[in-house]
Design a protein around this ligand. Structure first.
Ligand code: ATP
Ligand code: MG
Length: 262
């Protein structure tokens, strides 16, 4: 990989984001696209995994999400965890206690890499358990490539943004609980950050509206010491949100049903 090529891509990415967000966000872009991250993106471009890099979908606390195209112009979402500004303390609290990550080194970089891998693995487990999540495609270093939820460059809205427009909030709620149950019973996982912010709505707001669970990096296995607490919190968040939409469900009953106790 020549420096010249790298510089060109760097310029290209800067230009893209200047156009979209103005100069003030360039600092963030620099954080995301450090040289090794750019090199990894290039490698993936050379392998044909990424065929075009699009604009930013979201700038979150720990990660940026970008739109891209893959093989056969398939739409992709690329989530890039920032190495310099991520919250490592919070990340290691979730990693510690998860036996799948018992032997990780404690450097910032390796925690972020493990975190990215964890989100990928959690997506695979969730998908295999019958939960609708973005299809995981690849994870490398701090980069996670997955199916883009949405179409024609328009990402699907978050539940938070369209919940009130749902024609049938009751059946949407049921599917959310069904996914939470499948996650718990079939995948032995708790999402641990489930809320109207981390559920996308596919298929519009009519009869076809379907939830898609996203942002599952902090998900923990049931042997994590806080798994039960996280599950109660997830269910609390969901019930609280849907009660605002007129769906009244008892948190206790939902919890018992998710755990298969009733
Ligand atoms: N696969 C996807 N397809 C379409 N849009 C996505 C996809 N993944 C994420 N997004 C969009 O990007 C936003 C942020 O993604 P996500 O929730 O995974 O990260 P985050 O909350 O920013 O992460 P962090 O907690 O590290 O800040 C989502 O609200 C959604 O709008
Ligand atoms: Mg999120």
């Amino acid at each position: 990989m020549t420096d010249k090529l790298l510089r060109k891509i760097e310029e290209e990415i800067s230009r893209l984001h200047m156009k979209e967000h103005g100069v003030e966000e360039l600092k963030v872009e620099e954080d995301v696209f450090d040289k090794p991250t750019l090199e990894t993106l290039y490698k993936l471009a050379n392998r044909g995994v990424i065929t075009a890099m699009g604009g930013s979908i979201s700038t979150g606390k720990e990660a940026n999400v970008f739109y891209a195209l893959g093989e056969d112009k398939r739409e992709l979402a690329i989530k890039i965890y920032r190495i310099t500004t991520s919250n490592f303390k919070a990340m290691s609290d979730y990693l510690i206690g998860d036996p799948r990550f018992a032997n990780i080194k404690q450097s910032k970089k390796s925690i972020v890499f493990e975190w990215t891998k964890k989100e990928f693995k959690n997506l695979v487990r969730a998908r295999d358990a019958g939960v609708r999540v973005p299809e995981p495609i690849l994870s490398e270093r701090n980069i996670l490539i997955m199916e883009f939820i949405g179409e024609h460059e328009q990402h699907a809205p978050r539940l938070k943004d369209v919940g009130r427009d749902l024609e049938d909030a009751a059946s949407f709620f049921e599917v959310v609980i069904d996914y939470t149950t499948k996650l718990y019973q079939n995948a032995s996982l708790v999402h641990a950050d489930l809320s109207e912010f981390n559920i996308l709505v596919e298929g519009g707001s009519g009869d076809e509206a379907r939830p898609v669970f996203i942002d599952i990096g902090q998900g923990v296995t049931l042997d994590h010491p806080n798994a039960e607490e996280f599950l109660s919190r997830d269910i609390h968040n969901i019930c609280r949100y849907f009660s605002k939409l007129g769906i009244d469900a008892s948190e206790e009953d939902v919890l018992a049903s998710v755990k298969g106790l009733v």
